[in-house]
Design a protein around this ligand. Sequence first.
Ligand code: XIL
Length: 375
Amino acid sequence: MPETELTGQPRKRFVRFRLFASVSIVVVFGAAGSARGAAPSLREQAARIGIQVGAAVNPAHFSEPPYALTLAREFNLVEPENVMKWPATEPARGLFNFEAADAVVAFAERHRMKVRGHNLVWSVHNPAWLTQGQFTPQQLSAILHNHILREVGHYAGRVFAWDVVNEAFDARGNLKHSIWYDQPGIGLAGGGSAYIERVFRWARAADPKALLFYNDYDVEGLNAKSDAIYAMVKDFKARGVPIDGVGLQMHIFNFDTHNLSSLPANMARFAALGVQVHITEMDVAIPIRTDGRPANLPDLRRQAEIYRQVAASCVAQPACTGFQTWGVTDRYSWMPAATKGRAGAGLLFDQDYAAKPAYRAVFDVFSNAPARSKR
Ligand code: XIL
């Protein structure tokens, strides 16, 4: 993916002039010209307090100057939205393709950002050759082990944290049926989290230095699902199974019903087990018009308050070391598709890359927080 010359220059700043309602141009100034009067960035505020602030990205957009510039200027962490998943990295059995994911890692390195890897084991979004291959548990075990060795090995030393297992529990706290667990599974069907334990051990062996996370949705507060994850992590820590963190996805589709009041208590109990917590995929849906823009402007303020609350909870919990949104800009977000066009506009930057009230809220929380030492 060719990046523009502009984006190869991380020190340059851009200023966006709005000409008409939806027309904007990007002007890039050299570092000297930008230093005066350039607003501090979110990543500067986050770095000061020892938090990684990130966004899920699609490298296909790196050639779009405002995308690359906003990403490099405001974030110090990236996670590929899709290009490290199975369909991208192992499109045919034993055939690996890291081209798109390498572009993300290269971008991150050019701009002094860290990379979260996402993900190695998930029940959905797997290639047809895998799901329809009629493999035996022994074959699946070998396929998965090889996949982890190849992918984690390829990025050893360059991906600092992996979502090793994604979304393995259902809302009641039971393990989901999946190709990896029991359909037919990798040989540990019916064994509870034994299959998860095995893949965490494989991931540790593939890169002993990478942080290993379990990642899930609707587990922000105290509930049956987060209880099950807590019990698993507690058991893993007690028995020396390698796990370093829990990812709370934080997709909020309805802020009237999404209960965040027990988020601090939930983070605290994971912290007490000695694992880190990352907010991994935050977005806060609001009703949108057919062009994807917010339907009701007051929603932007309510959305900002949700962001403020989550950012404040993270800042207040020393074990919360990462705060990431599921995308850079409302221009490119999975939310409209996930809600059949009803909701979206859930990120920190609007479709024209203008900072939203939510950005200001997170920025204020970070900039008002006392510095804390890096873990
Ligand atoms: C989503 C992507 O955003 C979409 O583009 C893709 O079609 C499906 O996956 N939880 C996760 C992410 O862990 O990987 C999902 O990403 C969103 C829900």
